[in-house]
Design a protein around this ligand. Structure first.
Ligand SMILES: Cc1cc2nc3c(=O)[nH]c(=O)nc-3n(C[C@H](O)[C@H](O)[C@H](O)COP(=O)(O)O)c2cc1C
Length: 462
């Protein structure tokens, strides 16, 4: 049996993820595992058609494809994304059709599920037979349970191929509407009120829906708006995963290209951020992903705190719940407030005009009122994942995060120092071991749960 491994790590062979692949390969010596370093070699893959064709030929000749990748900013590395784009751009999907597929990632479990959802959907779009996804923590393989799980994953994948198990598509194909957005006359009615408004977009042909939507957003404002086409930012390379930034936020490319200056002086200084992009397959473009990956020079420290954001998207956004999850997960962890989303998926041009104008007005209003939503599980759960790792195993590498987490008070609730709760627990828990007390405790719990809230509401004037 032959498995093609598509390695998504920019570090190539020096990859944590590849150790899991080697582990599975060693347990199955009868099976050939051929690895292609996709993310590391993307320039060659893009420029050298013969090399691209060689990969496709190997996929065609294989019994299965293992998509093995590290998590990069809630999904896959920009270069892996670019490879997927190339498959569709060059009509190369046929090489993957009916091949058995599985996904294997390593990560610290920060939105690993969204990366796997994306890759599973891509496998479905390529007509592959998806078997399983496997997402261990980076170092699970050092523990017996992790070794057993990894062995089990490999066994299940190879057995599925051997037995030709039936599989079923899990993600519906995307339906794109043919629609040309033709805006009416803009009113320029939203005063920027001295706030710094920045619109980032990934280009789009002149006259494309994205370009027109971006122009509409800009024209909604009376006052200066900075519009940046991300293709104009000098970015020499994608994030290499070297983690030099971990010590003091200093990127290995600092001074060698324009990205860090751009990000610090434009994105990090904005009051309002509008991110606009065209959906390419099921995510934003690989250019956008390159920007998000390179912004990792701030490592796990939120740098968009208090900013008001809006997303303007061209394409079938409502059919991509996973993309919404990625965008909200990213912004919540960054401490930004997302005011809303707009797309060209539904409605007439006049209706889209109204939605875009309304969104720009709302985002400015939110800035002036310092409005925000409470964080959800995405931001709160995500930050706890980071906090535990920065406190512990990752502190040595990400020392800048550790200093920032101390400064920002992220450790204040960790370990818990809620003396009130600790004291109440110390008294109440032994008492609840008495059956009579417990009965009364359970009876009163619903009322007690709302007591502090009723106090607040009760204090309000009628
Ligand atoms: C730029 C960058 C972004 C990352 N983003 C995530 C993430 O969103 N979620 C996560 O759990 N881990 C994230 N990680 C951690 C890596 O996924 C993890 O270290 C992985 O094991 C690296 O695998 P590799 O050595 O095969 O590249 C990120 C690491 C880097 C360098």
């Amino acid at each position: 049996m032959k498995i093609i491994v598509l390695n998504g790590s920019p570090k190539g062979d020096t990859s944590v993820t590849m150790q899991y692949v080697h582990y599975v390969a060693k347990l199955n010596p009868g099976c050939e595992f051929k690895i292609y370093n996709i993310s590391q070699q993307i320039r060659k893959i893009e420029k050298d058609q013969a090399y691209f064709d060689e990969i496709l030929a190997q996929v065609r000749a294989a019994d299965g494809v293992l998509w093995a990748f590290p998590l990069y900013i809630l999904t896959v590395h920009a270069h892996y994304k670019r490879f997927i784009e190339l498959l569709f751009e060059r009509g190369a999907g046929e090489a993957f059709r009916d091949k058995y597929a599985a996904t294997l990632s390593t990560s610290i479990h920060f939105f690993d599920h969204t990366a796997h959802n994306y890759m599973h959907a891509i496998c479905d779009d390529l007509g592959m037979r998806f078997v399983d996804s496997f997402s261990p923590y980076m170092y699970d393989l050092t523990k017996l349970a992790g070794q057993e799980q990894t062995a089990g994953f490999g066994k299940r994948f190879l057995a599925a191929i051997e037995q030709q198990v039936p599989t079923q598509r899990q993600y519906a194909p995307l339906v794109r509407r043919e629609f040309v957005y033709q805006p009416g006359l803009a009113q320029a009615s939203v005063s920027t009120a001295g706030k710094r408004v920045v619109i980032l977009h990934d280009g789009g042909r002149p006259g494309s829906n994205l370009a027109t939507m971006v122009a509409r957003c800009r024209d909604a404002f009376a006052g200066p708006v900075q519009v940046v086409d991300l293709n104009d930012v000098l970015i020499k390379a994608s994030c290499q995963g070297c983690m030099r930034c971990g010590y003091n936020y200093h990127c290995a490319y600092e001074g060698k290209d324009g990205f860090i200056d751009f990000y610090r002086s434009t994105v990090m200084q904005a009051d309002v951020l509008v991110y606009a992009g065209t959906l390419v397959d099921r995510q934003l473009s690989s250019r956008w992903k390159m920007v998000l990956d390179r912004a990792f020079f701030n490592t796990h420290t939120p740098v968009l705190t208090g900013k008001q954001m809006a997303f303007v998207l061209s394409g079938p956004f409502s059919q991509n719940a996973n993309l919404r999850e990625v965008l909200l997960g990213y912004t919540e962890f960054q401490g930004a407030n997302v005011v809303g989303f707009a797309s060209d998926e539904f409605g007439s041009s006049a209706e889209i005009d109204a939605v875009l104008d309304g969104l720009m007005a709302a985002v400015l209003r939110a800035t002036l009122a310092a409005d925000s939503h409470p964080q959800t599980f995405r931001g709160i759960g995500g930050m706890k994942v980071f906090r535990d790792d920065i406190w512990g195993p990752l502190r040595m590498v990400f020392q800048a995060d550790h200093r920032a987490y101390r400064r920002l008070g992220f450790y204040r609730t960790f370990p818990q120092r809620d003396w009130n709760a600790l004291l109440t627990n110390a008294i109440m828990i032994p008492l609840t071991h008495l059956a009579g007390f417990r009965k009364e405790f359970v009876r009163r719990t619903p009322q007690e749960m709302i007591r502090p809230l009723r106090k607040v509401v009760g204090k309000m004037p009628a």
